[in-house]
Design a protein around this ligand. Structure first.
Ligand code: FAD
Length: 422
């Protein structure tokens, strides 16, 4: 429990002590923990209830952070017991989208491996974001945070506090928390916005009336990235992601529709399309990030805290919310928050970024499929990676232990090669 007496919010002229912009996982979790500690928290977000463009995969490490307020058994969540991993060029219909252009109607030549994702209580869980984020927001409100159902249109820090403007007026806070996602207004106003090389583009479809019992992951080398199919209670979330400066939404849509057709998903099914950026920083970009100042801090996607390789962001959003609440209850405030993020999260994110360039090559994914086919131990490592139990630190060493030395060595050289060329 945080100590309310230590909260750094004691500016007498303040109408509001802590203003949080954005009630996604990062903002809602920070709001709940700060309110529970006794802070006066205003949480600005006009979007709820809403579905955020997302796969909705909740890894074990993310689920652990919300275990006290969120139970996947009560929520409309799907526990995933197996994964289908595919690799190989995709026969697209459009020349622009070609991984390897091929005549229409040819069978998808992917290499495919299926494996279990461990037993009950340890699975990957897939949620719809309307109910997951809604339950975190409800938890924050019941802890005492005030939900302001308005969009923030301007923020302005000054010597007396930070002004937060919406269409109905201006509120002053002593601390401003920007948890407003990848297109963050707070980030754009207070520090350097993301460039295209810092972002992935993700696009896809929610396919109503279809579901599955497994996740499907299809690695691609052109464009370098992957397709996913995550089953939810009453629909499939299918999507594709690749670096934003290497492709465009139309190309990605063409690739994912080609995959859907090959997977037997009727393109005539009710499809809701979406596109949204995900921060995917280059290894060198982490050092340049400014995620806190005297009276402000950035959380989650707004701070660039998403895994550049898998694009997992919910865990990092939640953890940054927790670190923010802890920092504001201690003596270091915004500075301590920045230090905690650098110390705890940047190492893992930088490693993912170092691996990314080589991971989505056909050479690497072929090697991976070979090892997955051969080795039960490698399938277990992969299961742990997908479920968010295995970190990148120690991954190569664990792979060495499976005796798949070629794969472990290749992984190490991807990481080292990227470090040397940085
Ligand atoms: C297609 C796609 C698939 C993904 N799949 C996964 C996955 O399966 N698993 C995973 O872990 N991660 C996934 N991610 C990443 C994950 O969605 C994000 O990392 C995560 O949602 C970040 O949480 P956040 O709280 O920082 O921001 P967000 O969840 O983006 O929340 C930001 C909130 O701020 C609000 N907001 C924005 N601007 C303002 C404003 N001016 N005023 C008030 N409110 C504002 C928004 O309405 C929103 O509610 C995916 C991302 C995408 C795009």
């Amino acid at each position: 429990m945080l100590d309310a007496r230590k909260l750094q919010v004691a500016h007498s002229a303040m109408v509001t002590d802590i203003a949080i912009v954005g009630a996604g996982p990062a903002g809602a979790l920070a709001a709940g923990q700060l309110a529970r500690a006794g802070a006066r928290v205003r949480l600005f977000d006009a979007s709820h209830p809403r579905e955020k463009p997302c796969g909705g995969g909740i890894t074990r490490r993310a689920a652990a952070l919300v275990a006290s307020t969120w139970n996947p058994v009560d929520a409309p969540a799907v526990c995933i017991r197996s994964a289908r991993f595919e690799a190989g060029p995709l026969m697209t219909t459009g020349a622009t989208a070609a991984d390897l252009p091929a005549p229409r109607g040819r069978r998808d030549p992917a290499r495919v491996v299926q494996f279990p994702l461990h037993g009950p209580g340890e699975e990957l869980v897939v949620v719809d974001r309307a109910s997951f984020d809604g339950s975190l927001l409800a938890g924050a409100v019941s802890a005492g945070a005030v939900h302001v159902r308005e969009r923030v249109i301007e923020v302005a820090p000054g010597p007396q506090g930070v002004d937060v403007r919406t269409r109905s007026g201006t509120t002053r806070a002593s601390i401003l928390v920007g948890a407003d996602g990848a297109a963050s207004l707070v980030r754009r106003r207070l520090t350097v916005p993301f460039g295209r090389s810092d972002l992935s583009m993700a696009t896809g479809y929610f396919i109503r009336g279809l579901t599955d019992s497994r996740v499907v992951i299809r690695c691609l080398s052109r464009p370098a990235g992957y397709i996913w199919s995550f089953p939810r209670a009453n629909h499939l979330a299918v999507g594709i992601c690749a670096q934003a400066n290497a492709t465009d939404v139309a190309t990605l849509r063409d690739v994912v529709r080609t995959w859907m057709a090959g997977a037997g998903i009727p393109l005539t099914a009710p499809l809701d399309s979406y596109s949204w950026p995900i921060p995917s920083l280059l290894p060198t970009a982490f050092d340049r990030q400014e995620i806190a100042g005297q009276r402000w801090m950035l959380l989650g996607d707004a701070a660039g805290l998403a895994d550049p390789l898998t694009r997992e962001g919910i865990y990092f959003a939640l953890r940054s919310g927790e670190l923010a609440a802890q920092a504001l209850s201690g003596s270091g405030g915004c500075t301590r928050y920045e230090t905690s993020v650098r110390d705890e999260l940047y190492g893992e994110l930088r490693r993912a970024s170092q691996l990314k360039a080589g991971f989505f090559t056909s050479g690497f994914t072929e090697l991976l499929v070979d090892a997955l086919e051969r080795s039960e131990a490698v399938r277990e490592v992969m299961s742990d990676l997908i479920r968010g139990v295995q970190s990148y630190r120690g991954l190569a060493r664990r792979l060495m232990g499976t005796l798949e030395v070629g794969l472990a060595w290749r992984l190490l050289s991807l990481e080292l090669g990227s470090r040397l060329s940085a």
